[in-house]
Design a protein around this ligand. Structure first.
Ligand code: IPM
Ligand code: MN
Length: 352
C-alpha cells in the first residue's frame, strides 16, 4: 500500500515535533512494508506575515485529494489571536467536514499524572467531540458595537444531521473499542433547553440501534468533577464542540499533559480527509531549542496509521512509546525529559 500524506509543520515547535513524527513514520513503514509519500505545505504565521494568506483555496483543493494530513502547530506571537486558528485550523476542519474530533485520554505506565492514587488502570477513555457545529460556526453578530447599548450574540448551531452523525460515530466507536462498552453523553440538559435537548433526544433514539452499548448521561460541569475524581468511570464520552474543547484540555492534563496528548480530526465518510495533530500549541518560547516533547506528535502519527488501516504499525508505535516512557523519559515537560526532542524520536525508532 502507498499513502499520500500532507504535512503541515506550521509554527513554533511544530516543525521540530513533526520531524520526529516523520522519522517514526518512515521507520515503521519500512518495517511493516507500506509506503508513505509526504507532500509539505507551508501554512502558518510566517506565511501569513509574509503574504497575508492563511489557507489559500488552491492549497485547500490539493488537501482534498489526500487521505490524511499531519499537522504540527498553528499560532504565532506576532499574529492577532483568531486569525490563524480560524483561517487555517477551523477552516480545514469545516471545509473537509471533519465532524469528529477524537481524543484518547490514556495514562501510560511511567507517566506521572497529577491525580493522586490514579494510575493507568483508571485513566483510559476516549472523548469524541463534535467538530463542525455548535458555538464554533461563527454564527451571530454585533448590534450597536462599541456603544453602551452593544449586543453580542454568539449562536450555537446544532443540526439534527450533525448531531446524529456524531452520535452514530460514537456508538459505533464504543462498540468497536469493546472495553466497557459504555457511552456517556455530556451536555447541559438542565439549562440548554434546545441544544442539549436535541442531543439527548437523538442520543436516546440512536441508542436503540446499539443495544450492546450501555448509555450514560452527565451534565458537563459535573463531568469535569468526575474526570478528576473517578476517571475510571468513563469509556467513551461524546459531546458538542465547545464542551468538547474544554473537557479535552482537562483530559490532556490527567493523562500527563500536552507532551503526550494527540487528537484526530476525522471525516469518516468515503474519501474523507482526516487530520492528526499534537494537542499542544506552537510553544514559541521553546521553538528551535530541541527541548519540546515530540511524543504527542508521535502519538498523532500512531492515530493516523490506525485510521489508515495500518493497525500493526500503529500498535508498534504505541508499544515503542510505552517503552520510552517506562524506561527513559523522566518528565513529559519541555526541558525536563532528560533527553532532547531528537533523542526522544530516536528512542521511539529504536524500540519499534
Ligand atoms: C483545539 C484548539 C482549537 C479549538 C483552537 C486552536 C481554535 O483549542 O483543537 O482544541 O478550540 O478547537
Ligand atoms: Mn482546545
Amino acid at each position: 500500500m502507498a499513502y499520500k500524506i500532507a504535512v503541515i509543520p506550521g509554527d513554533g515547535t511544530g516543525p521540530e515535533v513533526v520531524d520526529e513524527g516523520l522519522k517514526v513514520l518512515k521507520a515503521v513503514s519500512k518495517k511493516e512494508n507500506f509506503q508513505l509519500d509526504f507532500a509539505f505545505y507551508d501554512l502558518g504565521g510566517e506565511r501569513y506575515l509574509r503574504t497575508g494568506e492563511t489557507l489559500p483555496d488552491s492549497v485547500l483543493e490539493e488537501l482534498k485529494k489526500v487521505p490524511a494530513i499531519f499537522l504540527g502547530a498553528i499560532g504565532h506571537p506576532q499574529v492577532r489571536p483568531g486569525i490563524l486558528e480560524q483561517g487555517i485550523l477551523l477552516r480545514l476542519r469545516f471545509s473537509l467536514d471533519q465532524y469528529i474530533n477524537l481524543r484518547p485520554v490514556k495514562l501510560y505506565p511511567g507517566v506521572e499524572g497529577p491525580l493522586k492514587d490514579k494510575g493507568p488502570e483508571h485513566i483510559n477513555f476516549v472523548i469524541i467531540r463534535e467538530n463542525t457545529e455548535g458555538l464554533y460556526t461563527g454564527a451571530g453578530g454585533f448590534l450597536k458595537k462599541g456603544t453602551p447599548d452593544e449586543v453580542a450574540i454568539q449562536e450555537s448551531i446544532n443540526t439534527r444531521k450533525g448531531v446524529e452523525r456524531c452520535l452514530r460515530y460514537a456508538f459505533a466507536f464504543c462498540l468497536q473499542r469493546n472495553k466497557a462498552c459504555k457511552l456517556t453523553l455530556a451536555a447541559k440538559t438542565n439549562v440548554l433547553n434546545y441544544a442539549s435537548d436535541l442531543w439527548a433526544r437523538t442520543f436516546n433514539e440512536v441508542a436503540k440501534d446499539y443495544p450492546q452499548v450501555k448509555i450514560d448521561y452527565t451534565h458537563v460541569d459535573a463531568l469535569c468533577m468526575w474526570m478528576v475524581k473517578n476517571p475510571e468511570w468513563f469509556d467513551v464520552i461524546v459531546t458538542d464542540n465547545l464542551f468538547g474543547d474544554i473537557i479535552t484540555d482537562l483530559g490532556a492534563m490527567i493523562q500527563g499533559g500536552l507532551g503526550i496528548a494527540a487528537g484526530g480530526n476525522i471525516n469518516p465518510g468515503p474519501g474523507g480527509v482526516s487530520m492528526f495533530e499534537p494537542m499542544g500549541g506552537s510553544a514559541p518560547k521553546y521553538a528551535g531549542k530541541n527541548m519540546i516533547n515530540p511524543l504527542a506528535a508521535i502519538a498523532a502519527c500512531q492515530m493516523m496509521l490506525d485510521y489508515l488501516g495500518e493497525k500493526k504499525a500503529a500498535q508498534r508505535i504505541e508499544n515503542a512509546m510505552i517503552r520510552v516512557l517506562g524506561r527513559h523519559v523522566k518528565s513529559l515537560a519541555a526541558g525536563e525529559m532528560g533527553y532532547t526532542t531528537k533523542e526522544v524520536g530516536d528512542l521511539v525508532v529504536e524500540y519499534l
